[in-house]
Write a protein that binds this ligand. Structure first.
Ligand SMILES: Nc1ncnc2c1ncn2[C@@H]1O[C@H](COP(=O)(O)OP(=O)(O)O)[C@@H](O)[C@H]1O
Ligand SMILES: [Mg+2]
Length: 182
């Protein structure tokens, strides 16, 4: 499938096909390769869309400590880098009431030196930064996913985002599970 880039309301939406969970992790890894301290990624999409799966790939790509999991009782988890890079701050905003409540967890303290990913962050986390990558995952009846990437702000302007072709091979050959060794 070809990648579709459309321009709407002055923001460019870049669509990537992720046919498997391996492809979704590969997309996360590709995004890790582009990420810098201070970056904010806002993930949206229904339960089971693949938000945590993408974050697992991101954690792998950043080389951070600990398994990236869906936090049930934890709103925010910090994974320190094992390779001298930025930490991954993984937030689940599902239970947060809105922008006021996200202020209470002081993400602005860790934001400058970390890569911050907020699951269920749409409509909640935008106020954290004028520069962000908004990632909306669409799940299809055949279980494939289309990932819509919307760069917002100067930081992401002109950044060459991953394409379906970049992640398809890894997805097809499979990527080791987050918790498997070897
Ligand atoms: N692109 C994909 N294609 C098929 N299955 C996927 C894909 N991405 C994720 N999955 C699977 O969907 C399930 C839910 O993913 P998860 O990342 O936990 O979703 P979310 O965090 O959005 O609720 C997992 O079993 C995962 O392996
Ligand atoms: Mg999740």
């Amino acid at each position: 499938m070809t990648d579709v880039t459309t321009t709407a309301n002055a923001s460019t939406v870049h669509a990537v096909t992720a046919a498997t969970d391996g492809a979704m992790r590969a997309l996360g890894r590709a995004l890790a390769g582009l990420s810098r301290p201070g970056d904010l990624l806002i993930l949206s999409g229904p339960l089971g869309a693949g938000k945590t799966t993408l974050t697992q790939g991101l954690g792998r790509g950043l080389g951070v400590r600990g398994s990236v999991t869906s936090p049930t009782f934890v709103i925010s988890r910090i994974h320190p880098s094992l390779v001298g890079g930025p930490s991954l701050v993984h937030v689940d905003a599902y239970r947060l009431g809105g922008p006021d409540e996200i202020d209470d967890i002081d993400l602005d303290m860790t934001l400058p030196d970390s890569v911050t990913v907020v699951e269920w962050g749409e409509g909640v986390a935008e106020g954290l930064s004028d520069d962000r990558l908004e990632i909306r995952i669409e799940r299809h009846p055949d279980d494939g996913r289309t990932v819509h990437l919307t760069p917002v702000g100067h930081r992401w302007a002109g950044v060459a985002l991953p394409t379906s072709a970049d992640i398809a091979d890894e997805g097809a050959t499979g990527v080791p599970d987050e918790n498997s060794e070897g």
